[in-house]
Design a protein around this ligand. Structure first.
Ligand SMILES: Nc1ncnc2c1ncn2[C@@H]1O[C@H](COP(=O)(O)OP(=O)(O)OP(=O)(O)O)[C@@H](O)[C@H]1O
Ligand SMILES: [Mg+2]
Length: 433
């Protein structure tokens, strides 16, 4: 017998000063931090979200205001806790109880939340979280800042009914340290505003457009409406949609569906206009916008890239595929706090392998643009081409298999030869492109 005596458990509260500093760096940039607050507004059933980016040197401020359900005073205090406690409904955009704090502090040292819950009474609650105060006291403190000028301004927003305004001040991560009041600082803020419009228009495009069951939400930035950016260009007549697929995914006890939709966007000459082609290029431009668009409860959490299924390639830049999942599959997708990174489970990767290869082959065809030789071949939907060429699906399967076997280049050489030696055979397999 050892003479070691087992001790009682000790509660070790994390150091507020140490933890808040490190929580500033969990991967947000300015647009993704704003998007995380927009998530909260949408979860609070807002129909309108106004973002104001106001340059005024070191007094520059950002306001994010919504007309959602707002919070009572006790709700507000709980909301400011790192790891807020609450239950999440199916499809709720929140998950960790962290976003409001981590997103805000990733950009500023002090933020306030001004909120009204009661529809009939103008009862407003205000609290502030100030990083410097937390550092000094080493305590998780929230204070009532009183009726400061920005708070008064936020109260005006809430004149007509419930809603919430988040105010970011002391923007140390946004403004340059040197000359925060100079022209460069102003231009930097203007640049961030433009990037934010693009980002919000992309990740929330389904909310801004509205869905069959949800009315559209209006998002404005500095007074201008954020236009939706749908990566799948639904109104382009020359795009090609491949058949949809649904996969079942099991995580522990939970079984959920993941829906795959695949689109080959038209090459430049087949777009309705050059302007539309440029617009569909997206915030990161054609090459980096190819790949998977992963939607969690209709909100985009990944916008392009192939998650290790294949590499980004100029030849497949017209290929885009959406994957839709609901919040019950969060664990399978390993969603991170900033809602800007997911991983695709190996089980799902395997199921996606073939359909994605098929998509990329079609995109490669479209990229090589056979318009001169086959003026209609890219315009029609998949089925149209299959009827015209009864064996085209064999050709597609052959190419998909070659790609999976890592022998696509070899197959291409074989087909070149086949086209010369037996052009009809190549044509009947749809391999003559
Ligand atoms: N604009 C808002 N309107 C109403 N309630 C809000 C708003 N913003 C935050 N809240 C409340 O504050 C809580 C904490 O928000 P926070 O973003 O920190 O966490 P979350 O949304 O629950 O989860 P996640 O970390 O995934 O974002 C929310 O759960 C919500 O109850
Ligand atoms: Mg949140």
């Amino acid at each position: 017998m050892s003479d070691y005596a087992r001790r009682a458990p000790a509660s070790i509260t994390p150091s507020a000063a140490r933890l808040t500093e490190s929580l500033r760096d969990i991967g947000y940039d300015f647009p993704t931090a704003i998007a995380d607050l927009v998530d909260n507004s949408i979860a609070a059933k807002a129909s309108r979200i106004d973002i104001l980016i106001e340059f005024d040197g070191i007094h520059s401020r950002i306001y994010i205001a919504d007309d959602g359900v707002g919070m009572t005073e006790s709700d507000l205090i709980e909301a400011l806790r790192f790891g807020s406690r609450r239950d999440y409904a199916h499809g709720d955009l929140g998950r960790y109880g962290l976003g409001l704090k981590t997103a805000s502090l990733s950009q500023c040292r002090r933020f306030s939340v001004v909120t009204r819950h009661a529809p009939l009474q103008r009862r407003i609650a205000v609290r502030q979280l100030d990083l410097d105060r937390i550092l000094r006291s080493d305590q998780w403190l929230v204070i009532d800042p009183g009726a400061t000028e920005p708070v008064e301004r936020a109260c005006d927003w809430l004149d007509d009914g419930p809603g919430t305004v988040v105010i970011w001040e002391s923007l140390d991560r946004v403004l340059p340290e040197k000359r925060p009041d100079g022209g460069w600082a102003r231009r930097r803020l203007e640049g961030l505003a433009r990037r934010t419009v693009d980002h919000l228009g992309m990740v929330f495009h389904r909310f801004v457009e509205g869905t069959p069951v949800e009315p559209p939400i209006t998002i404005t930035l500095n007074g201008e409406k954020v236009p939706p950016w749908d990566p799948f260009a639904p109104r382009e007549p020359a795009r090609i949609n491949l058949p949809d697929q649904v996969f079942e995914l099991a995580v522990g006890e939970v079984v959920g569906g993941v829906q795959l939709r695949r689109t080959v966007l038209p090459p430049r000459d087949h777009f309705s206009s050059i302007g539309e082609f440029e617009r569909l290029s997206g915030p990161m431009k054609w090459n980096r916008q190819q790949g998977l668009y992963i939607y969690r409860a209709n909100r985009l959490v990944q916008w392009g890239g192939w998650n290790g299924l294949r590499a980004i390639d100029e030849h497949t830049k017209l290929a885009r595929a959406s994957l839709d999942f609901d919040t019950d599959l969060d664990e399978a997708f390993n969603i991170n706090v900033a809602k800007m990174r997911v991983s695709v489970a190996p089980q799902l990767k395997q199921m996606l392998d073939r359909p994605i290869h098929e998509l990329c082959i079609r995109a490669d065809d479209a990229y090589r643009n056979t318009s001169q030789r086959h003026p209609r071949s890219l315009a029609g939907p998949f089925t149209e081409r299959q009827t015209a060429q009864p064996n085209a699906s064999f050709g597609l399967a052959l190419r998909a298999a070659a790609m999976q076997a890592g022998e696509y280049e070899a197959l291409k050489r074989i087909l070149e030869l086949l086209k010369e030696t037996a052009p009809e055979a190549a044509q009947s397999l749809g391999l003559d492109q």
